[in-house]
Design a protein around this ligand. Structure first.
Ligand SMILES: Nc1ncnc2c1ncn2[C@@H]1O[C@H](COP(=O)(O)OP(=O)(O)OP(=O)(O)O)[C@@H](O)[C@H]1O
Ligand SMILES: [Mg+2]
Length: 192
């Protein structure tokens, strides 16, 4: 797979994977993959079940360590030992199985693990809700920031994970099988 060419801001590819391989036991999940993404591009990775799509994306998002190959982000060699390393480099991954906490609100999920506190050390719920509302608005998503995510449809939950990824200032957003989120407008809302 090779990304089609379009120039980034500075003529350097945003992402370059070169010769990436990953084996699970005896199963060769990914074999010598080269993949280039330029700023502003959207890529779709196609392949049958078990072809290695998720594994390749997990290598890019720091969840799986490749045995061979190199990653460059903005031309700079990167070594991701864990997802937090990839996040710091601007890579966000939205999983096939959504990693949201059902009983928590949209805002609490967006800020999970990095909750803001007031200067008195108390959880700053107002700020979480205010920031989440702004994020949702910016993404054109009409959802209640205070609603528990378990009340949302799967597609809406996926939009929450996208808002969360954007709040991390992701430069590279990976969505694993995101089709369920691609119909934010209900058919009854469509006018002829
Ligand atoms: N954690 C794991 N341990 C062992 N084998 C794995 C693991 N993850 C994936 N595999 C194997 O690696 C291969 C590639 O799997 P992967 O999930 O990357 O494929 P995929 O293209 O995402 O498939 P799907 O379309 O079903 O999501 C498969 O043969 C799978 O069984
Ligand atoms: Mg997969």
């Amino acid at each position: 797979m090779v990304g089609s060419r379009g120039m980034g801001d500075d003529g350097v590819a945003l992402v370059e994977l070169a010769g990436v391989s990953k084996t699970y036991g005896g199963v060769r999940a990914v074999r010598s993959v080269d993949f280039t993404v330029w700023a502003g591009e959207v890529h779709a990775l196609l392949g049958e079940n078990g072809a290695g799509k998720s594994t390749l994306m997990k290598v890019l998002s720091g969840e799986v360590a490749a045995e061979e190959g190199a990653i460059r982000i903005g031309g700079v060699p990167a070594r991701f030992a864990r997802p937090a390393d990839a996040q710091r480099a601007g890579v966000a991954m939205i999983h096939q199985e959504l990693d949201l906490v059902p009983a928590l609100s949209v805002a609490e999920n967006v800020f999970l693990g990095r909750e803001p506190h007031t200067r008195y050390g108390v959880l700053d719920r107002k700020r979480m809700v205010r920031t989440t509302k702004a994020l949702l608005e910016q993404s054109g998503v009409d959802l209640d920031a205070t609603a528990p995510v378990e009340r949302l449809r799967t597609g809406e939950q996926q939009l929450v994970t996208i808002a969360k990824a954007l709040s991390l200032n992701a430069q590279i957003l990976i969505m694993d099988e995101p089709t369920s989120a691609l119909s934010p407008v209900k058919s009854s809302d469509c006018s002829q």
